[in-house]
Design a protein around this ligand. Structure first.
Ligand code: SF4
Ligand code: SF4
Length: 417
């Protein structure tokens, strides 16, 4: 695609990157078929190709309106289009640049502004989010059903094994997940402990920055990244082998720290090293299993439950880890049920479900129908956002796949059938 960007913007780092991405798009339209918003709305401007045109016009210096911003807001950043695109268009990077540009040129209405400011302030801070959730639990009978179902019941995390192994890995505590489901990281710690790896947390690390990033606040996102790098670095120097992430949305973000901080002279080197150390929990377990005969012996028991796996967009499109968890689950005897249109987003997409509730609900309903079509006894996923979003719309039990594995190994050790 030919593009001649606004000279003022063209010479900036974002301008140069946007231009090189725009040039790779050949307008073929293959991406339209796998774009969830295009499937729902049938409007070219709510498709990847349409949005690329809108961004091109905007970055060329043409007047940018609220309408352009609305079409960019409706994009889930699911990156399904990247997986489909035969030309390798880095749509996710382009829409980040486009959103920041639009944010700087189009004022938002007061209500929209307030909503986004509240989300950016409350969700990344457990000290604010935790009491809010506690109040939500107390007053849940007074809340509308749709909101009530979004509040998960508290499950105690269970024991976190002492750091007894010489092999150590860090784990991202995150922001929303430790408040909503502290049992996920604890389950990961127990599974890795059996593999001879101690999982440790860095007390001063927090939100990965994805929340602010997806709300086009690059300053807040980069501040979060720098704080995490400072918190993790001493552990890396002491030999931590990897930074484990159990929420695939956060994993996608941390793997991009090197790119996000590439122009920061104080952090660029360390950001690249941190990004290279970031691993989804499925990557580590699948590698470690290859050498671990004990795990294979533990895997002799059949699992009768039928399981539907919901592969989050951040896992399959963002981190390109399609099929990894499914293979692991099957290798442990899980009977996976078919999930039609598994490439499509469930509508959670970070804060999307709160900012675009109508589209999000339609995607949620489609995803629940697809997951339940094989009549599973259990739904497993790999991202806290998808987990809470889907749990509010189904009565089928749903959990993180590492929780299922932890429970299975624990049953085996206790001799349960
Ligand atoms: S599939 Fe790729 S090259 Fe084709 S229109 Fe979509 S983004 Fe452009
Ligand atoms: S990121 Fe997802 S919603 Fe956005 S244009 Fe691509 S496929 Fe469509």
């Amino acid at each position: 695609m030919f593009a001649s960007l606004d000279p003022q913007f063209r010479d900036s780092p974002d301008g140069a990157e946007a231009l090189s991405i725009l040039r790779t798009c050949v307008h073929c339209g293959f991406c339209l078929a796998t774009c969830p918003t295009y499937q729902l709305l049938g409007d070219e401007l709510d498709s990847p190709r349409g949005r690329i045109y809108l961004m091109k016009n905007m970055l060329e210096g043409q007047p940018v309106s609220r309408l352009t911003q609305r079409h960019l807001d409706r994009c889930l950043t699911c990156r399904s289009c990247e997986t489909t695109c035969p030309s390798g268009v880095k749509y996710g990077r382009l829409v980040d640049i486009g959103r920041s540009y639009a944010e700087a040129h189009v004022p938002r209405g007061p209500l929209d502004y307030l909503k986004r400011a509240l989300l950016k302030t409350v969700l990344p801070r457990p000290m604010l989010f935790r009491p809010l959730l506690a109040a939500g639990r107390v007053f849940s009978p007074l809340l509308p059903l749709s909101l009530r179902r979004k509040i998960p019941t508290f499950r105690p995390p269970g024991p976190w094994p002492a750091a007894r192994h010489s092999r150590r890995m860090l784990v991202l505590a995150g922001c929303v997940q430790p408040v909503l489901a502290p049992d996920i990281n604890a389950a990961a710690a127990r599974v890795l402990d059996r593999l001879g790896i101690s999982l440790v947390t860095a007390p001063r690390a927090g939100c990965c920055g994805a929340l602010a990033h997806h709300l086009a606040d690059e300053h807040q996102a980069r501040d979060a990244m720098r704080r995490n790098i400072d918190a993790w670095w001493p552990f890396v120097e002491q030999g931590a082998e990897a930074i484990i992430v159990t929420a695939s949305g956060c994993g996608t973000e941390i793997k991009e720290y090197g790119h996000a901080l590439r122009h920061d002279p104080d952090y660029s080197d360390r950001a690249q090293q941190i990004a290279a150390l970031a691993r989804d929990i499925s990557e580590v377990i699948s590698e470690e299993l290859t050498d671990n005969a004990l795990f294979y012996r533990e895997n002799e028991r059949d699992v009768s439950a039928a399981i539907a796996f919901q592969s989050p967009c951040s896992l399959q499109h963002g981190q390109k880890l399609k099929g990894v968890v499914e293979e692991l689950l099957q290798s442990w005897g899980a009977r996976l049920t078919p999930v039609p249109d598994a490439h499509l987003c469930c509508g959670s997409a970070g804060t999307y479900s709160l900012l675009q509730p109508e589209l999000s609900r339609r995607l949620q309903a489609n995803k629940v129908a697809a997951l339940e079509s094989g009549k599973p006894d259990l739904i497993l996923t790999a991202n806290i956002g998808c987990l809470t979003h889907l749990a509010s719309a189904t009565d089928t039990p749903i959990q993180h796949w590492v929780q299922w594995l932890d429970a299975r190994l624990s049953d085996h050790h206790q001799g349960n059938p």
